[in-house]
Write a protein that binds this ligand. Structure first.
Ligand SMILES: Nc1nc2c(ncn2[C@@H]2O[C@H](COP(=O)(O)OP(=O)(O)OP(=O)(O)O)[C@@H](O)[C@H]2O)c(=O)[nH]1
Ligand SMILES: [Mg+2]
Length: 625
């Protein structure tokens, strides 16, 4: 709950009783009447308040009036009062104070448990939230796991535990955060048990030094050479698969993250027999992740799997930072790379499709806020809920509109394809995993200038060129979007029109990266995707590229031959491509022994698309960028 939203209850102060909001004139009047009570007025008691008498509530709510010196972690009086209330109730009592020394929350638990109220994540300029938590405990012993988790999750300035016996404070104990050491240990520092009157009186200096420690442990986010600020991030691989499989996935996720502008600060891998339905990870690992996030000031955690909407919400609640999954990362990457009208449309459409169910997932939380009491059938809808409904409808409308536009563009492409087919030029399509060198090969063969770069998904839009093979036979060659393992379904659907381009191919030149240790898995992934797209009937020529990077190319041959009958090993960067042309000729001739000499095509016909609002030359520019 936000301090500004808090209502103060009826209260009696001297001659006047007030009910109203903090910011009213009445509140100012009370403040003037009672300066020693500080500027905060009665807020609402939170937590497990059931069964409390009105007088007990009122006594606790009076704690809101306390105001401490900024430099004092607590005062002996406040410690005594908390012990008194807690001892009388036989319940744990907690208060949160901000850096100015004002009480922002008062809450109760039962004899053993107490939970922090829901807080909006905030920072006091550094890693820490600017809130300190004073809490009573009725038992001896170390800080509980729940206390430590709350400390990390909410990035509290300090936790001061007050051991209560009867109605007296017995000792206090400070717990604070600290950067994890090199072995990844110890995000908390638990202080000794001290006499209750010995409270810290140098809080601001202590916090300044603590923030400095964090800064030293992990400097702020780096920037790229072009000045872009990278977002500090953590990666997580969790699953039931063997550990090496999880680690392999993480390797690729690292590349995706880098491409999407994330600065990977730490990684967590966990193999589990059974995944937790809410958080996938076990509790201990969630705590580790929290500690890493705090130490490195990570702003986002990326999971190497698809997260259900409710899992994403649960994890964000636990970690207090942005949680994304692999699909979202790929979508972000595509969004950064899209250049043409159709490309941008496809990516936006995929992003909205992805967001829609997630909006529904958050709807539960919104419903609670909006619906309030009496939630159930027949209740009136809350403001949050109505807004959600409108958002959902808008998103659906926008998706429908984009799909219409995409299908129109797809239709145009189809017409061009038909025209090409009439001219009977065979279509040779380059396909393959992302970053294997398709565009480099395409440029080398056709003399085109398609962006070829050491980054994932450098090319999103299909580009077509014609070229004469050594025999004189002309073919249309196409370069397409790179594939990736488990290509997100939303993306596949949105790119269906682009991938349609492959449907009329006479031959798929499946390019793989010979220097890549993962090439076997990646070839399988590409084949699986081709099958999903219904393109597995088209003959495939498997070509291993980047031969120049191999020290002993011969060692690869046995593997190559297990994957295809007549695989080829080439380098798109150097050496001859004659063998590749020969193979392509052979394959085409096998399909159509009687060669047909086609007429020269109008280059316009080879434009992959003619979107609205883009002239042909602009389009070419966009495609070749
Ligand atoms: N050493 C070497 N590098 C290559 C070769 N072919 C491509 N590359 C490099 O591999 C990287 C990726 O090349 P691209 O042609 O962009 O790969 P792509 O398959 O089109 O990638 P996406 O469009 O991102 O799917 C670039 O840095 C190329 O310079 C090759 O034969 N040898
Ligand atoms: Mg490319």
């Amino acid at each position: 709950m936000q301090p500004t939203q808090r209502y103060w209850m009826g209260m009696t102060l001297g001659p006047c009783t007030y009910i109203g909001r903090q910011s009213t004139n009445a509140a100012r009047l009370v403040r003037a009447a009672c300066p020693e009570e500080g500027s905060k007025f009665l807020g609402k008691l939170e937590g497990a308040t059931q069964g409390l008498k009105a007088s007990e509530r009122a006594a606790l709510e009076r704690l809101y009036r306390r105001r401490l010196d900024q430099n004092h972690a607590a005062t002996p009086e406040l410690v005594r009062e908390l012990a008194l209330r807690s001892g009388e109730l036989r319940r744990r009592v907690g208060v949160l104070l901000d850096r100015k020394g004002a009480v922002t929350h008062v809450f109760v638990g039962d004899a053993s448990k107490i939970e922090l109220p829901e807080l909006k994540t905030s920072r006091a300029g550094g890693r820490l939230s600017g809130l300190r938590w004073l809490v009573t405990t009725l038992r001896d012993g170390d800080p509980t796991r729940a206390e430590l988790n709350a400390l990390v999750r909410q990035r509290l300035d300090l936790l001061l535990r007050i051991r209560v016996e009867e109605t007296e404070p017995l000792w206090t104990q400070e717990v604070h955060l600290a950067p994890v050491d090199e072995e990844g240990r110890g995000v908390h520092r638990v202080g000794p048990q001290q006499p209750p009157h010995e409270v810290r009186r140098d809080l601001l200096e202590f916090l300044r030094l603590l923030e400095q420690d964090f800064e030293r442990a992990a400097p702020r986010a780096r920037r790229t050479t072009d000045g872009r600020r990278l977002t500090p991030a953590l990666l997580v691989a969790v699953g039931t698969e063997p550990r090496h499989v999880l680690e392999r996935g993480l390797g690729e996720l690292r590349e995706l993250a880098l491409g999407a502008g994330l600065d990977v600060k730490g990684e967590v891998v966990q193999r589990r027999q059974r995944l937790d339905p809410q958080t996938l990870l076990g509790r201990g690992k969630v705590a580790d992740l929290n500690a890493l996030a705090l130490t490195h000031d990570a702003q986002v955690v990326v999971f190497d799997c698809e997260l259900a909407p409710r899992q994403q919400v649960a994890l964000e609640d636990l970690l207090g930072i942005d949680v994304r999954d692999r699909t979202q990362l790929i979508l972000d990457l595509f969004a950064q790379r899209a250049r043409t009208h159709a490309g941008k449309l496809q990516v936006e459409c995929a992003q909205l499709r992805y967001q829609l169910p997630r909006l529904l997932g958050r709807g539960d939380a919104m419903t609670r806020i909006g619906g309030g009491k009496g939630a159930g059938f027949g209740r009136t809808k809350g403001a949050g809920e109505k807004k959600l409904e409108i958002d959902r409808r808008r998103i659906r409308d926008r998706i429908a509109q984009m799909e219409r536009e995409l299908s129109r563009l797809g239709h145009q492409r189809q017409l061009r394809r038909r025209r090409r087919a009439k001219n009977q030029l065979p279509h040779v399509a380059l396909v393959g995993y992302t970053n294997v060198g398709k565009s480099t090969l395409f440029n080398r063969i056709t003399g085109a200038d398609v962006l070829a770069k050491d980054q994932l998904f450098a090319s999103l839009d299909p580009t077509l060129r014609q070229r004469r093979l050594p025999s004189g036979r002309r073919v249309v060659l196409s370069d397409t979007v790179g594939f990736i393992r488990d290509l997100p379904e939303d993306l596949l659907a949105a790119f269906a029109a682009t991938l349609d381009e492959l449907a009329d191919a006479s031959l798929l030149v499946h390019v793989a990266d010979a220097s890549d240790e993962e090439n076997l898995n990646r070839i399988e992934s590409v084949r699986r995707l081709l099958e999903e797209l219904g393109l597995n009937e088209i003959p495939e020529l498997l070509v291993f590229n980047k031969a120049d990077l191999l020290e002993e190319p011969e060692l690869l041959r046995p593997l190559m031959h297990t994957l295809a009958a007549d695989p080829l090993l080439i380098s798109a960067k150097e050496g001859s491509l004659d063998e590749l042309f020969e193979r392509i000729e052979e394959r085409l001739a096998a399909q159509d022994p009687e060669e047909v000499e086609a007429e020269e095509l109008d280059p316009e016909e080879l434009d992959p698309e003619q979107p609205d609002g883009l002239g042909s030359s602009e389009l070419e520019d966009a495609l070749d960028r």
